[in-house]
Design a protein around this ligand. Structure first.
Ligand SMILES: [Ca+2]
Length: 121
């Protein structure tokens, strides 16, 4: 694990690895190939307006207690997905549930995300 490295590269690298693992599990469990393109999955961005470093999120819970995770400023969410941001680790603190593209998460959540959940609706 390289999660302790306090950089954007490490943070989004961890999420990429998680996505790959989940994809493999889905294929093995379902017995069929389920391939989702990147545009069909939620994506978080470091800057408002879907700019800056980005990371694609698969279904799951992300509780990385890193300063870097707090940098999220915008989120793209395809139909059928829901992303909930929390201001404290472990899905604590204030919560913000997003179900559609959000070019700015708002002053109260900008750069404050400490954990998040990704769910299918
Ligand atoms: Ca930011």
């Amino acid at each position: 694990m390289e999660a302790e490295e306090p950089t954007y590269v490490a943070f989004f690298g961890v999420m990429g690895a998680t996505s790959a693992m989940v994809f493999s599990a889905l294929d093995a469990e379902g017995g069929t190939t389920k391939t989702l393109s990147e545009t069909q999955m939620p994506t978080v961005y470091a800057d408002a307006g879907y700019k800056g470093e980005s990371g694609i999120l698969n279904e799951g819970e992300f509780s990385l207690e890193s300063e870097v995770l707090k940098g999220i400023s915008s989120v793209k969410i395809p139909d059928g997905w829901k992303v909930t941001l929390y201001t404290a680790p472990g899905f604590q603190g204030e919560a913000l549930t997003l179900t559609s593209d959000t070019d700015y998460v708002g002053d109260s959540f900008n750069d404050r995300t400490a954990s998040l959940k990704v769910q299918r609706t």
